[in-house]
Write a protein that binds this ligand. Structure first.
Ligand code: GRF
Length: 219
């Protein structure tokens, strides 16, 4: 078989970066098993030894890599980390990289290694680009960026929040949107309850968005 023919039959490969419990990873793993996503998860990388994502990956027979970050405030340590992360991830030859609850901001060293091939799931509604607002069925609402968006949505007494899957660019939480869905905020919601309802939506959106992104990168 020629190398071209080999390339044609190769199942697309996904690298997942995850810091947390890994329920989004699980949704993706399940989608690859049931065929909604025609790809394999080739590796799961985590910065946290206790991440549930690592256990889920191991249970599914997926390779795992633990890469802790020594000091997130030291720019030299951060750059070295990004370079190592790019090498480790690249060794698995991924077609797509999925940030599924990855809690570290990635620098240009990593992002420029995989241009247009990184997607992120975010627990809030985001617009395309750097705008401060996002148009929803409730009118324009603030675009919530960063790591505390569920709390922010409650504190700002918004009528709704949601989930967004988007491409990752150098501007944090500002890349082109692949899929987005609203989640209404209920009068008695606390942070845990609201986040759980957002995650239900994330688990539905992420596999669909990954399938769309895979189609785009292989087009
Ligand atoms: C998700 O809500 C994701 O959007 C956010 O972190 C959470 C990760 O959850 N970035 P899990 O680890 O996939 O359960």
């Amino acid at each position: 078989m020629s190398s071209n023919a080999n390339e044609q039959v190769r199942v697309p490969r996904i690298a997942v970066l995850a810091s947390g419990s890994g329920t989004n990873l699980q949704a993706l793993l399940d989608a690859t098993v049931c065929g909604t996503v025609s790809a394999e998860v080739a590796v799961v990388v985590s910065d946290r030894a206790q991440a549930g994502a690592l256990q889920r990956a191991a249970a599914a027979g997926v390779a795992t890599v633990l890469l802790p970050l020594a000091d997130r405030r030291d720019p030299v340590v951060r750059e070295t980390y990004d370079r190592r992360l790019a090498v480790v991830t690249g060794a698995f030859e991924p077609n797509l990289i999925v940030l599924a609850g990855w809690m570290l901001i990635l620098g240009p060293r990593f992002l420029n290694t995989f241009p247009g091939r990184i997607v992120n799931v975010h627990p809030a509604l985001l617009p395309d680009g750097e705008g401060a607002e996002v148009l929803t069925s409730y009118g324009c609402l603030p675009a919530l960026r960063g790591a505390r968006t569920v709390r922010d949505a409650l504190r700002q007494r918004l009528p709704a929040t949601g989930a967004t899957v988007h491409y990752v660019t150098n501007a944090v939480d500002c890349g082109p949107v692949i899929l987005r869905e609203e989640v209404p905020i209920l009068p008695d919601d606390d942070e845990v309850q609201l986040h759980e309802r957002i995650k239900i939506v994330e688990h539905r959106l992420l596999p669909r968005a990954v399938a769309m992104a895979l189609a785009a990168v292989s087009a």
